[in-house]
Design a protein around this ligand. Structure first.
Ligand SMILES: Cc1cc2nc3c(=O)[nH]c(=O)nc-3n(C[C@H](O)[C@H](O)[C@H](O)COP(=O)(O)OP(=O)(O)OC[C@H]3O[C@@H](n4cnc5c(N)ncnc54)[C@H](O)[C@@H]3O)c2cc1C
Length: 464
C-alpha cells in the first residue's frame, strides 16, 4: 500500500534561511549540549510542515546533506557544511482524550506534551528529562521510568507525517507504507524529516518513585544488593543505580551540591502504589538507612525529580554500552573507577527488560542480545581541561566495560562522531539489513546523513 501524499505543492515561501555571520544564526545552530552544536552552511527555521518541504527541496537542488535539530539534546553527528532544519518553532500539539492519541509537531518537548496530556489523566512515554524533544527521542526508541512497563516511545507511534528525501510530505501508519512505518519507529530519523507524530498515550496519574542516596564509600554493598533486588522486580518497577560526583553548581539542591554519592533511582507505575511502597521498604531493609530518602508517591508530571538532570544547556561528553548482567566484574570496575576524584558527573546502570524486549514484528532500537542493563557515563566539559580529563576517564571505562558488554548499543545513547560507526550494533543483523534496504529505497543518496547514520547500500552517492 502506498502512503498518502498530503501536500505535493507546498508554498514554503516564508521559510527563513540563515547563513554564518547573519543575525540569529549562532542561536539557531547551538545545541543543548554545547559540544554538539552544528556548523551548517545554511539553517532553515521551519515553522510548519511546508517549510520543511521547501527546505528539503532546496537542499536537494543545492546538493546539500540535511540534519535536523529540535531541542539539541542529541547531536548524533553535527551538521558541517550542509543544511540544518531547526524545528524548534513547530509547536503544534493536540491531545484527544477519547482515543488517548496525541498529535505532536516536531519542536514539542515532553514537558509540553505531558503537561497537556496530564489534564486528561494521560501520559506519554518520556525519558528521564522532559526537556528532551518528543520526536527526536521517539526516533531513537526512547525509554525512561515507564519503559519496562509500557515499552519504548517509538512503539507508541501510531502514525507519522514526514518529508521524504524527494521532498514529499506523506503520512505513514500500519496501513500506509507499513515497511517505512516499521523502520521509522527506531531508526534515528534516517528515513525522513518528521513534521508530526501521532502517539498513543497511557492512562497514568500517580507513581511511587524517587531516589535513595548513600555515601560513595558504601557503593559496593549498595550495588550488590541493588542487583539482587532489581532482578526480583516486576515490569512495573523501573530502576537504576548511579554513582554521582555532584559539582558545586547552583542548579543542584543543597544536600547534593559538591557531594559524591551512590543513588538508587526507581519508579513503580502499576495500579497498586502499595506494591511500589513495599518494594522500596524491602530495598531499604537490605541497604539500611539512606543519607537522603526522596522516594514517595508523586504525580507522574514530577518524574523529572527522579534523576534531577540539568535543565540548562551543558557541555558534556558521554559513553554508553549494554551489559548482559550487573555482575561482580562490572561492580569491580564501577567501584574502582567512579570514585570521589573521578572527573565524571555520573555513571548510571539502568535496568532493562520487561516491555523493552520488543516483539519480533517491531523494530528494537536496543538490539536483541537480551542485555539486562544499559551503562552510561557522562562528564561535564565546560573547559578544555575538564573535557580532556572526562574523555580520558570515558576511554578508560570503555577499555574496562566493553569487554564485559555484549557489544550491543542503544540508539539514543550514541553521541558524537562515534555514533555513526556504532549504530549498526543497535540492531540485530536482520533488522540492520532491512533498515539498510529502506534507507537505500527512501534516501539512496544519504541526504539525511547528519544523524546517527544508517548509510544506504554501497554504490549510491552522498551529497556534501
Ligand atoms: C539530559 C538528557 C536526558 C536524556 N534522557 C534520555 C532517556 O531517558 N531515554 C532515552 O531514550 N534518551 C534520553 N536522552 C537521549 C535523547 O533521547 C536523544 O539524544 C534524542 O535524540 C534527543 O532528541 P531531541 O530532539 O531532543 O534532540 P535534537 O538534538 O534536537 O535531535 C536529535 C536527533 O534526533 C533526530 N531528530 C530530531 N528531530 C527530528 C525530526 N523532526 N525528524 C527526524 N529526525 C529528527 C535527528 O537525528 C537529530 O540529530 C537524553 C538526552 C539528554 C541530553
Amino acid at each position: 500500500m502506498s502512503a498518502t501524499v498530503i501536500n505535493r505543492a507546498p508554498t514554503g515561501a516564508g521559510v527563513r534561511y540563515l547563513r554564518p555571520g547573519e543575525a540569529g544564526y549562532d542561536q539557531a545552530v547551538t545545541a543543548w549540549n554545547l559540544l554538539g552544536s552544528h556548523r551548517p552552511a545554511v539553517v532553515a527555521l521551519a515553522e510548519r510542515a511546508d517549510d520543511v518541504v521547501a527546505a528539503v527541496r532546496y537542499a536537494r537542488s543545492a546538493g546539500l546533506g540535511v540534519g535536523v535539530m529540535a531541542t539539541g539534546h542529541g547531536t548524533g553527528h553535527a551538521v558541517e557544511g550542509g543544511l540544518l532544519i531547526n524545528t524548534a518553532a513547530m509547536q503544534g500539539l493536540s491531545v484527544d482524550p477519547v482515543t488517548a492519541i496525541a498529535r505532536v509537531e516536531a519542536g514539542v518537548s515532553w514537558a509540553r506534551l505531558n503537561e497537556r496530556a496530564a489534564m486528561h489523566g494521560l501520559f506519554g512515554l518520556q525519558g528521564s528529562s522532559s526537556g528532551v524533544g518528543v520526536v527526536g527521542y521517539s526516533m531513537g526508541g526512547g525509554f525512561g521510568w515507564l519503559g519496562r512497563h509500557f515499552g519504548f516511545a517509538s512503539q507508541s507511534i501510531v502514525a507519522a507525517e514526514l518529508v521524504t528525501a524527494d521532498g514529499d510530505l506523506i503520512t505513514v501508519d500500519a496501513d500506509h507504507e507499513p515497511d517505512l512505518f516499521w523502520g521509522l519507529r527506531g531508526s534515528a530519523g534516517n528515513l525522513g524529516v518528521v513534521t508530526a507524530l501521532h502517539l498513543r498515550l497511557v492512562e497514568l496519574d500517580v507513581v511511587y518513585g524517587g531516589a535513595l542516596f548513600y555515601p560513595i564509600s558504601a557503593a559496593r554493598l549498595v550495588i550488590e544488593h541493588y542487583a539482587q533486588w532489581a532482578a526480583e522486580q516486576p515490569d512495573e518497577v523501573a530502576s537504576s543505580v548511579a554513582l554521582l560526583n555532584f559539582p558545586p553548581l547552583p542548579f543542584l539542591p543543597e544536600p547534593l551540591r559538591g557531594q559524591s554519592l551512590v543513588s538508587i533511582r526507581l519508579c513503580y507505575s502499576g495500579d497498586d502504589l502499595g506494591r511500589g511502597a513495599a518494594a522500596v521498604r524491602d530495598l531499604r531493609k537490605r541497604l539500611g538507612e539512606p543519607l537522603i530518602d526522596d522516594v514517595r508517591r508523586m504525580r507522574v508530571t514530577e518524574l523529572d525529580r527522579i534523576s534531577a538532570e540539568p535543565t540548562d544547556p551543558v557541555a558534556g561528553v558521554m559513553r554508553s554500552a549494554l551489559l548482559p548482567e550487573l555482575n561482580a566484574d562490572v561492580i569491580d570496575v564501577l567501584v574502582a573507577e567512579q570514585t570521589a576524584d573521578s572527573p565524571l558527573l555520573v555513571v548510571e546502570l539502568r535496568h532493562l527488560g520487561g516491555a523493552l524486549r520488543v516483539p519480533s514484528d517491531q523494530l528494537s532500537p536496543l538490539n536483541r542480545t537480551g542485555a539486562n542493563f544499559s551503562f552510561n557515563a557522562i562528564g561535564l566539559a565546560f573547559t578544555p581541561e575538564l573535557q580532556s580529563a572526562a574523555q580520558a576517564k570515558l576511554a578508560r571505562f570503555g577499555s574496562l566495560i566493553d569487554p564485559l558488554s555484549d557489544g550491543a548499543v542503544y540508539v539514543n545513547f550514541l553521541e558524537g562522531e562515534a555514533a555513526a560507526g556504532r549504530i549498526r550494533r543497535a540492531y540485530s543483523a536482520a533488522e540492520w539489513n532491512r533498515l539498510t534496504d529502506l534507507k537505500t529505497c527512501w534516501d539512496p543518496e544519504n541526504m539525511f546523513r547528519f544523524n546517527r547514520n544508517i548509510p544506504p547500500r554501497a554504490g549510491t552517492m552522498s551529497p556534501a
